[in-house]
Write a protein that binds this ligand. Structure first.
Ligand code: NI
Length: 138
């Protein structure tokens, strides 16, 4: 195994939170924790290569004051309407909205939807959680 060192710039608050988290989880070093995160991400990306129908949840936190952003997110959702079962909007606080979008359909296309939503400027955080592969739901 060859090790490589690299540097990363992060918001200090994010790093502080990360350090608290990895301490709580018992990681000996940041390197080990980051390696695990990257591995987990690589595995989840690998799953997405397969052309399967799944059910899942897309979550988004975004700045409610950016009116253009809200319209853009709705436009994107209409472009993928066949995948969306339901969505729920929560006014999180004065500035932030929290949106949960329930999806069902082709995993590749769901990933495309999630990526487009997450990549929209003003979205602070977004994720796709694949709950189950259709036909294999317990
Ligand atoms: Ni709101």
């Amino acid at each position: 195994m060859s090790l490589v060192r690299f540097s990363v710039s992060l918001d200090k608050r994010v790093l502080d939170e990360f350090d608290r988290l990895i301490k709580k989880k018992g990681y000996p070093t940041r390197s080990k924790a980051i390696t695990d995160l990257i591995r987990e991400k690589l595995v989840s990306e690998e799953i997405k290569v397969e052309d399967k129908d799944v059910v899942g949840v897309i979550t988004l936190v975004y700045d409610h004051h950016k009116r253009e952003l809200v319209n853009r997110l709705v436009d994107i959702q209409h472009d993928f309407n066949e995948l969306i079962i339901a969505s729920q909007h929560v006014h999180l606080d004065h500035d932030n909205c929290f949106e949960v979008i329930l999806v069902k359909g082709n995993l590749r296309r769901i990933s495309e939807l999630a990526n487009r939503l997450k990549a929209t400027k003003g979205v602070k955080h977004g994720s796709l959680h694949v709950e189950a592969v259709c036909g294999h739901i317990l």
